[in-house]
Design a protein. Structure first.
Length: 363
């Protein structure tokens, strides 16, 4: 096996931590000696041991003179756990191959430098692009203090998210809908607008066994959310936050009695200021948000410049109708040159549906 093969294995290990380590990064580590894997591990839960220490704990023999492959630069500071550089040095590991450099100011090259200064051979940048992609959420959050935002929607081949009557169940097949449940698990927050709540009365939770549900965040400028909605009725079971504009104290108090946190982040028109909302979520250690809204919220999010990725399920069916709902509505842009541009990063099939993943270009 080559260096790349071992790093590929470390990447595979890291992905097992998706959804569990936030706001920490996901990391995988593999220890190799004389062409054999003698230890491996990944960061499994926030606050628990890091990948490097888990790999060391799994050792089947001495790591003296071995090579460690790790997807992210080892930490060199005390946090919830001791520094990983310390554990690497204690084991007598001779060579460390790193995928990504950690942008956390507490690390940011210091971990690699400490290992080098201690006589360890350090090689950086192996499969950097793949390793960077693993931790897009963490890199964005640690450098901006704002959540990494992904917009998700399902549409027909003619670009509709609902018929002219507003009916939308179901556009995609069972496999795609199960994929959405897994996606929700990976993010710390899920954002929907009041229109979606009033029309669909969703739960916005994760229904797959062994997965966690994100914090539910509702954009409700005028606090119109019904107290008998599923969101309100399950607010003590699933953490829930309602963002309003000017709002009113009486409605806010009723929601707070149900255990719902109400945040007032008005823009100049008294509506929810999405950028301010993201700043507030960042302060609450919410590092990532999945938008599952309608066309109006999607357009507002794009206009606010808060979206980093768009994930689209495309079903092999057509609704037709000029009044059928589109994924991005609102006022829109005036000229083609004003469009929000995206870059296709991946395309795959999930059951009978297509799954498209785009990076949003700077606007």
């Amino acid at each position: 096996m080559t260096d790349q093969d071992y790093m590929n294995h470390a990447i595979h290990l890291a992905k097992q931590g998706l959804g569990w380590t936030n706001p920490n990064p996901i990391v995988g580590a593999v220890i190799v000696k004389e062409g054999r894997i003698i230890g491996e591990g990944y960061h499994a839960r926030y606050g628990e041991l890091h990948a490097e220490r888990n790999a060391i704990h799994s050792l089947t023999e001495s790591a003296q003179g071995a090579t460690m492959y790790v997807t992210l630069e080892p930490c060199c500071h005390y946090g919830k756990t001791p520094p990983c550089t310390e554990a690497i040095l204690e084991q007598g590991i001779r060579r460390v191959v790193i995928g990504s450099r950690d942008p956390n100011p507490n690390v940011a090259g210091k971990g690699a430098a400490l290992l080098k200064a201690s006589g360890i051979i350090v090689e950086e940048g192996l499969m950097r692009e793949e390793c960077d992609r693993l931790n897009r959420v963490f890199f964005h959050y640690i450098t901006t203090g704002m959540p990494y935002v992904v917009m998700k929607y399902a549409m027909t081949l003619d670009g509709k998210i609902a018929t002219h009557t507003g009916a939308s169940k179901w556009i995609t097949g069972v496999k795609a809908r199960n994929q959405v449940q897994s996606m929700r698990h990976q993010y710390m927050g899920i954002l929907a607008g009041i229109g979606t709540v009033l029309k669909d009365d969703p739960m916005l939770n994760v229904r797959l066994e062994g997965k966690k549900s994100p914090v539910r965040i509702i954009c409700d400028s005028h606090l119109r959310i019904p107290l008998d909605s599923k969101i309100c009725q399950t607010s003590r079971e699933y953490p829930t936050l309602v963002a309003c504009g000017a709002g009113n104290k009486e409605a806010a108090a009723k929601l707070e009695e149900l255990g719902i946190e109400v945040i007032s982040v008005p823009d100049l028109q008294g509506r929810v200021d999405l950028k301010r909302l993201m700043e507030e979520l960042g302060r609450r250690n919410i590092d990532s948000v999945l938008i599952e809204g309608g066309g109006e919220l999607n357009e507002s999010a794009l206009r606010a410049g808060i979206v980093q990725e768009i994930k689209v399920f495309v079903a092999p069916k057509l609704f037709g109708g000029s009044a059928a709902r589109s994924p991005v509505t609102g006022p829109g842009v005036s000229l083609p040159s004003d469009a929000w541009n995206v870059t296709l990063e991946n395309i795959s099939s999930i059951g009978e549906d297509l799954f498209l993943e785009y990076k949003v270009d700077p606007y």
